[in-house]
Design a protein around this ligand. Structure first.
Ligand SMILES: *Cc1c(COP(=O)(O)O)cnc(C)c1O
Length: 389
């Protein structure tokens, strides 16, 4: 189809012109945080495997054992025959970690958000979303058919004002936010949001993809506050600190039950492979029993920030904002030459003019890795400043 390929080429050229075309780079993951690219071994600071559990021998062994016992795939949707015996254990552990009545596991975090929001809200409802929330939260919000209002990042006054103006005309209201923001590493103001939500009878839902396993003693962003605010809907992924794959929601028993019948991405998608579920179970066991491991990524992020002169991080994610996509790409290339894999994040993943290096710290980095990266980043930033002035 000539017109089809022409359309694709024209769109690619436009992306290229804006330096927004994305490319897959084959990257083998070696021992620990070594990434192998084009024959070079780089220390990766771009991985969300915060605790190194994806390559931890205990987790890998659990995956292998379950695969040998139950097979490579689930074979069907969980409502048909894909609900292998490991799911019950995983969902019970997730609920226990988050202190909720129940939990439901989805095929991925993206599938979770795409399914949860439309199952809970519809055309007569109001959905408020933080402007910097993850792309899949917006996908879920759009699919719901509810009225979607985007509030400025972490602006709780704006949430209050929106609710005061709009809550009454809506049947139900859902407030959606990342717990830890994936590109900035800051926390949602969950204490204030929970209070506002309660007062307006709105339901607060966090996406804790970057919180679980690394903050709040491993229990996630709500537990980073004292006292922990009430967050009735806590979604997350099994693919970051938990080191496996899949998504989940921790909530009350009736909400989880409703989703088992009504979340389309749950009902009409195949269950996760048994090995993946077993890996997540083994990882949760580690998270519950090894507090030093859980604390280490944030400790290393703080060590780096101190060395570079950045504000004290509250999560393992540290952004170094450089401005233009070009500058960020050049900085990432320079760090690669120095032996580090630090990915440049560009629009539309982040707002225009805030292209950045997004640096993530993991328990498996050494202090020496962190100190050498800090030296390299200081040099790169100095050169960027010199060029742009
Ligand atoms: C990674 C991420 C997701 C998607 O989770 P997957 O399991 O990778 O699909 C959702 N929300 C946030 C905030 C994320 O960072």
């Amino acid at each position: 189809m000539e017109s089809l390929d022409r359309m694709a080429r024209e769109k690619l050229e436009a992306l290229e012109a804006g330096r927004l075309r994305r490319q897959l780079v084959t990257t083998a993951r070696g021992e620990g945080l070594i990434a192998e690219r084009g024959g070079r071994r780089l220390v990766s600071f771009s991985c969300n495997d915060y605790l190194g559990l994806s390559t931890d021998p205990r987790i890998v062994a659990a995956a292998v054992e379950a695969t040998l016992r139950f097979g490579a795939g689930a074979g069907a949707s969980r409502l048909v025959t894909g609900n292998h015996p490991l799911y019950q254990d995983l969902e019970a552990r997730l609920a226990r970690l988050k202190g909720t009545e129940d939990a439901i596991v989805f095929g991925s975090g993206y599938l979770a958000n795409s399914g949860i929001v439309p199952a809970l809200t519809g055309p007569r409802d109001l959905v408020l979303v933080d402007a910097l929330a993850h792309a899949c939260i917006f996908s879920g919000a759009r699919l719901s058919g509810a009225t979607v209002e985007i509030f400025p990042h972490n602006d709780t006054d704006a949430v209050e004002a929106l609710l005061a103006a709009r809550r009454r005309e809506a049947r139900h209201c859902l407030i959606l936010t990342d717990g830890v923001f994936s590109m900035d590493g800051d926390l949602a103001s969950l204490d204030a949001l929970a209070e506002i939500a309660e007062r307006h009878d709105a339901w607060l839902m966090t996406d804790d993809a970057h919180g679980v396993g690394v903050i709040g003693g491993g229990r996630g962003s709500a537990c980073a506050f004292d006292p922990a605010p009430r967050v009735p809907l806590q979604m997350g992924t099994l693919s970051k600190a938990i080191g496996a794959y899949g998504g989940y929601l921790c909530a009350s028993a009736p909400v989880v039950d409703l989703l088992r019948s009504r979340a389309r991405s749950f009902v009409y998608s195949t269950g996760l492979p048994p090995g993946t579920v077993a890996a997540a179970i083994a990882a949760l066991e580690v998270i519950e029993t090894e507090p030093e491991l859980v604390a280490r990524p944030v400790i290393l992020a703080r060590r780096f920030a101190t060395a570079v002169g950045l504000p004290t991080p509250v999560s393992p994610i540290v952004p170094v904002i450089l401005g233009s996509a070009d500058t960020a790409l050049a900085a990432a290339a320079e760090l690669e030459r120095a032996g580090f894999l630090v990915v440049a994040i560009r629009p539309p993943t982040v707002p225009h003019g805030t292209a950045r290096l997004r640096i993530t710290f993991a328990a498996t980095h050494t202090e020496d890795d962190v100190d050498r990266l800090a030296d390299a980043v200081r040099q790169v930033v100095t050169r960027c400043d010199a060029r742009s002035s």
